[in-house]
Design a protein around this ligand. Structure first.
Ligand SMILES: Cc1ncc(COP(=O)(O)O)c(C=O)c1O
Length: 432
């Protein structure tokens, strides 16, 4: 019987431990695993047998988390990493090498923007930025060196919504995968693979963990992309990282659909090493159990805050995909089925740039219930001014392209009582 997503969030990927019959989630704290025999060890390394070798490559607690995430996203396999940032970096390295290119939306989390435009560039991998609201700009940036397309389902912090189905069609026309960072739309709100995404990334540090308690990341492989006929040579040519294996041609038939997840685990994760600790996997599994219930509250509170801010005389503009007049509302209504999330961004009124910035600072300094910090997706309400923090490494032009005007304030609306949330915003706006 196929369970609903709420049930999978509680049970997916786990059976009570057969040895001890423990019902809770065990944490397997060990560095390495005994082989049954010399042949068993050799077979594990040759991918003829699948099993645990060394915790950098995987462990039983993380394995439950990976299985549950794959079930929730409708994918075939997942790999967890030490952070969302590592998941993004290793995805790029799984698909591209020096001399290759990829096309990304420009409205990205600031750290991802810097990784793409500076670090990957220094490693010889070139990003071309496109406008997420115009899928044709992705098409025109693709050339014979392009290995993948990249978008955030809902940009951080612009909250511009990506048309995943249209972008998947552009990617597949060119036989390259669409990679989607779905951190702002956890699986109970949206499942991008249903719209054609091939690879989904999450920063687990946000809603999936849900309590601001640990950093982690994940990549989920749909198992549906045809790597054999792709324009991604890392999967068709002999790989010197893995004794000349051709990932789309030489794997046993049952493994070839998840060639991406296998190369991700055995090439960048194995050799660069940003693995998730079993203890943090345990924290994320605890978080997943309550994700559907928490998201109901985040979604309701996010909508209530956006509607309230929209009417406030001190507020110049509000972006929230659940508002009927938001530019992303049509797309978001179709894709997210009325579940628009807990992120709200808005601009304060002010005579000019300087006074707007001063109002932002006074507003943020006056908040009492909201925590002022650089995170999103906590049960607690959070606020920040991205222009001078998370996106401060970007040039003024890159900030504009990323959808970060100087007056923008970002709220991650928590699960407290809505009247207490609105009360805190009211008193801080009064002081701003
Ligand atoms: C959309 C998005 N993707 C990725 C990341 C990076 O994740 P992590 O902090 O887990 O490395 C963030 C962090 O804020 C984010 O907002």
């Amino acid at each position: 019987m196929a369970y609903h997503i709420d049930t999978l969030a509680v049970h997916g990927g786990q059976v009570p431990d057969p040895v001890t019959r423990a019902r809770g989630l065990p944490v397997w704290r060990t560095t390495a695993y005994n082989f049954d025999s010399a042949e068993h060890g050799a077979n594990l390394f040759a991918l003829k047998d699948l099993g645990f070798i060394y915790t950098r490559l995987g462990d039983p607690t993380s394995d439950i988390l990976e299985k549950r995430l794959a079930l929730l996203e409708g994918g075939a396999a997942a790999v967890v990493t030490a952070s969302g940032t590592a998941a993004i970096h290793y995805t790029a390295l799984t698909l591209a090498k020096a001399g290759d290119e990829f096309v990304s939306a420009s409205n990205l989390y600031g750290g991802t923007h810097t990784m793409f435009s500076v670090l990957l560039k220094d490693q010889g991998i070139t990003v071309r930025f496109a406008d997420v609201t115009r899928p044709e700009t992705f098409r025109s940036a693709i050339n014979e060196k392009t290995r993948f397309l990249y978008v955030e389902t809902m940009g951080n912090p612009s909250l511009e919504v990506a048309d995943v189905a249209a972008l998947a069609a552009v990617a597949h026309e060119h036989r390259i995968p669409l990679v989607v960072d779905a951190t702002f739309t956890p699986p109970v709100n949206y499942r991008p693979m249903a719209d054609g995404a091939d690879i989904v990334i999450h920063s687990l540090s946000k809603w999936i963990g849900g309590h601001g308690a640990a950093i982690g990341g994940a990549v989920i492989d749909s198992g549906r992309f045809d790597w054999k006929n792709s324009n991604v040579p890392a999967f068709t040519e002999p790989d010197p990282n893995y004794h000349g294996l051709r990932w789309s041609l030489d794997l046993p038939a049952e493994l070839s659909p998840i060639a991406f997840a296998l190369r991700f685990r055995t090439v960048p994760l194995r050799n660069l090493g940003a693995c998730l600790s079993p203890d943090n996997s345990w924290i994320f599994l605890q978080g997943l159990e309550t994700l559907p219930a928490r998201m109901d509250r985040h979604n309701a509170n996010g909508l209530a805050v956006a509607r309230w801010l929209k009417k406030h005389p001190k507020v110049a503009w509000v972006r929230y995909p659940g508002l009927e007049d938001d530019p992303g509302h049509g797309l978001a209504s179709r894709a997210f089925a009325g579940r628009f999330g807990g992120m709200v961004v808005f601009g304060l009124k002010g005579a000019d740039g300087d006074s707007q910035l001063a109002s932002c600072r006074r507003f943020i300094d006056s908040l009492r219930l909201f925590s002022h910090l650089a995170n999103v997706g906590d049960a607690k309400s959070l606020a920040i001014h991205p222009g001078t923090t998370t996106h401060s490494q970007l040039s003024p032009e890159a900030q504009r392209e990323a959808g970060v005007p100087p007056e923008l304030v970002r709220l991650s609306v928590g699960i407290e009582h809505p009247e207490d949330i609105l009360g805190d915003l009211e008193q801080a706006l009064y002081r701003a």
